[in-house]
Write a protein that binds this ligand. Structure first.
Ligand code: SAH
Ligand code: SF4
Length: 356
């Protein structure tokens, strides 16, 4: 094990076997050593600032049937909602007032929002608010991604969920692994800052799979990597399966930081759901540097149920902001006042999109 830690200290690339070894760690002292290394890499490559992104979950309609997801098309028990352009703009205004310099527009794959409607919403946001825009709306054609980028969308989040093809196809009755990977390449070519990620603890997932996921993050040279525990939803075909664990999520976050070095890494809501007391704080101390407070209007929050018992569903955006600020300051970390663009490509962005 000393040999692997030495490789980390000398900034040598870790092999799949090294990563599997570290993912298998159980000894508390060794784990503390891993987390300490990840925290140092975080400090060196992305600094102390924590970036806040206001999350707007604008529709829970979805045309897809991913086997793990609570808002999958097949869940007939769920009451569906869509926010109008006006509601979205009003929510962006709340996010801006709370000091968030990025809004993340997330939804199921809802084709009601045609590319024309989305272009209109993006343009209006850019006219009315001084925020970077991240989209997380699932799979579209290359031409649509191009039009959304031209309209002003800066970033795109789309997780590949697992790098194990066989597991991917078992979980996704209506998605294709190669198409998902192709989309990540397109998005980068188009000029988006690209985020992806995986779930941890998926039924049948092995340590080897997670090691390959982490190596894939590096290969794709991602600007952002979001990893969170899989949480079982009872209204899905995976009902009855165990959740991913907080411990494994911490290990994957730490190793993702060590391997990718300068990617933005959020302390995810799924992690906070399994450990509401201090899940996010701990993640920020072992590699993460981003938090995504929810600004979705309170009346919709419980309906955006990717997984059950999501944290903060009863909160108003103001409460979330105060709570997040308190948590981050308690760690002695500053909150970024900039847009929080990618560390990899900030120099390539047009002036108007460059905050820091
Ligand atoms: N429809 C878009 C965005 C919304 S889903 C898309 O699929 O890209 C956003 C993410 O939620 C997914 O990428 C998945 O990783 C995560 N997710 C869905 N169901 C989950 C569950 N049961 N537990 C944990 N994360 C889940
Ligand atoms: Fe739809 Fe995304 Fe859920 Fe899949 S993960 S069912 S695409 S919302």
């Amino acid at each position: 094990m000393n040999y692997v830690f030495k490789k980390i200290d000398q900034e040598q690339e870790l092999s799949k076997e090294d990563i599997v070894c570290l993912l298998a760690l159980k000894d508390e002292q060794e784990l503390a050593r891993l987390y300490d290394r990840a925290d140092r890499v975080r400090q060196k490559y992305v600094g102390d600032e924590v970036h806040l992104r206001g999350l707007i979950e604008f529709s829970n309609y979805c045309r897809k049937n991913c086997n793990y997801c609570g808002i999958r098309r097949g869940n007939r028990k769920l009451q569906r909602y869509r926010m109008s352009a006006e509601e979205i703009l009003a929510t962006v205004a709340v996010a801006e007032r709370l000091g968030y310099k990025t809004v993340v527009l997330q939804s199921g794959e809802d084709m009601y929002y045609t590319v024309g409607k989305l272009v209109d919403i993006i343009r209006r946001i850019k006219q009315e608010a001084d925020v970077a825009i991240t989209l997380s709306i699932g799979e579209r054609s290359r031409e649509e991604y191009e039009r959304l980028h031209e309209a002003g969308a800066d970033r795109f989040l789309i997780r590949f969920e697992t790098s194990n093809r066989e597991l991917y196809s078992r979980l996704h009755p209506d998605s294709d692994y190669d198409e998902r990977m192709q989309i990540l390449v397109w998005l980068k070519e188009i000029g988006y800052q690209v985020g992806s990620g995986v779930m941890i603890g998926l039924p049948g997932q092995t340590l080897e799979d997670l090691a390959m996921d982490i190596l894939k993050f590096r290969e794709l040279d991602l600007d952002m990597v979001g990893v969170g525990p899989y949480i079982c939803h009872e209204e899905t075909p995976l009902a009855g399966n165990a959740n991913g664990t907080v411990e494994m999520t911490f290990k994957v976050i730490a190793l993702t930081r060590i391997v990718t070095r300068d990617a933005h890494i959020p302390a995810t809501t799924a992690l906070a759901t399994l450990r509401p007391t201090d899940g996010r704080e701990k993640a920020l101390e072992l590699g993460a540097n981003v938090v995504m407070p929810n600004v979705t209007p309170a009346k919709y929050r419980a309906l955006y149920e990717l997984y059950p018992a999501k944290v903060c569903i009863g909160e108003e955006a103001e409460q979330c902001q105060a709570c997040m600020h308190g948590r981050i300051y308690s760690l002695g970390r500053p909150i970024s006042q900039g847009y929080g663009h990618s560390f990899k490509r900030a120099h390539l962005l047009p002036q108007s999109r460059c905050g820091n």
